[in-house]
Design a protein around this ligand. Structure first.
Ligand code: UT7
Length: 329
């Protein structure tokens, strides 16, 4: 019997309508469009507005669109892995909330927390259930309502993040397409350089934690930048090397959209020309778990069957990793 690989067979995405531009941010904090554009590459980001709307509310249209594209029903999904740093609630898992909303009655599911690397950790995890033959349809969702944990008085973070959600369906393939190699890494030494201090068991919510603004994302930008720029490039290079690939063999780099300078450094390191590098950071900013699936969704029509894709991400934790996959359709 030929080896089973996990192939992406459909992708989709959703971004909220509200556009928060650099110019609007100029009216909120001491910043300017020129600084944001040159330091990050971001021009605007989307914000989910509306009382009570949560991450799962972006996932529903994304997943329903995916099911329609693939021509399957929600009941056919075996497993939902919901990669998010901004779950609807601390518990139950947003995967469960989503399953209920879309009618995925036969699926089990769980949330995966790996900050900005969540979606590639989720693909890697989901692929195992396909490769073993345990499941036939695994839905990996990556999405965040970052605006729910951003302090719009902190110019170091509020200019970077946005809201959005994407998803991919994994199915078995026996012709050599799909996820062919993954390298995933974690290092808790970086935990306090990019984190949300309160709201967990160490610092449960209290008047004091709210007053100290500890429920917002905090980032030591420069320190994170140094780790990100080296590690994301290193891990992408490692995946190429161990598969005897060079830049010319790669059709597309699908990088996490944290900072255009980090994306450029990764592309340079693995010898890719700019037209092979997927970038939408200027329109969406950093949607954390949403960046990579939103890129796949927006570039889907350009991919050809057999294209070699390299996915790479770096995020809080620290977490980072890279995936080599052969596009299946
Ligand atoms: O996605 C998960 C992983 N996260 C990342 O990969 C993000 C990594 N970090 C970054 O992308 C960058 O560090 C930032 C975009 C966050 C910041 O860019 P930077 O080039 O590292 O700027 P910096 O923090 O070194 O700040 C440079 C200057 C400072 O002023 P002084 O001290 O030189 O006078 C800041 O106070 O820019 C100032 N500054 C700003 N100015 C205008 C910081 N934020 C802003 C701002 N607008 N929004």
């Amino acid at each position: 019997m030929s080896k089973i690989t996990a192939a992406i067979t459909a992708v989709n995405g959703y971004v909220p309508d509200y556009v928060l531009t650099n110019h609007e941010l100029e009216t909120m904090v001491d910043t300017n469009d020129e600084w944001i554009t040159t330091r990050t590459g971001i021009k605007e980001r989307r914000i989910l507005k509306g009382e009570g709307l949560a991450t799962s509310d972006m996932a529903v249209p994304a997943v329903e669109g995916l099911l329609k594209k693939r021509g399957i029903t929600a009941e056919e999904i075996d497993l939902i892995i919901f990669c998010t740093t901004t779950p609807d609630m601390p518990f139950p898992a947003t995967a469960n909330v989503l399953a209920h909303k879309i009618g995925a009655k036969n699926a089990w599911g769980y949330d995966l927390q790996a900050a900005c690397s969540g979606f590639i950790f989720g693909l890697t995890t989901g692929a195992q259930f396909i490769e073993t033959g345990k499941h036939k349809k695994v839905l990996v969702v990556g999405g965040d309502k970052m605006s729910s944990i951003i302090n719009y008085e902190d110019r170091a973070t509020c200019i970077i993040f946005g809201d959005g959600c994407g998803c991919a369906l994994l199915e078995p393939n026996t012709e050599g397409y799909g996820i062919l190699d993954t390298v995933m890494k974690s290092d808790g030494a970086g935990a306090q350089l990019l984190f949300q201090k309160a709201g967990g068991s160490m610092h449960p919510a209290s008047h004091a934690t709210v007053d100290a603004k500890e429920h917002f994302a905090y980032q030591e930008g420069q320190a994170v930048f140094k780790f990100a720029v080296t590690n994301m490039a290193d891990v992408a290079a490692e995946v190429l090397e161990r598969n005897n690939l060079v830049g010319d063999d790669i059709a597309w780099l699908v990088p996490h959209q944290a900072n255009k300078r980090i994306i450029d450094a990764t592309a340079n390191r693995i010898g890719l020309t700019p037209e092979k590098v997927i970038v939408n950071i200027e329109r969406y900013g950093n949607t954390t778990n949403g960046t990579i699936p939103l890129c796949l969704w927006e570039w889907e029509s350009k991919f050809k069957k057999g294209d070699n894709l390299i996915l790479a991400a770096f995020g809080g934790g620290f977490t980072w990793g890279s995936i080599y996959l052969k596009w299946a359709y």
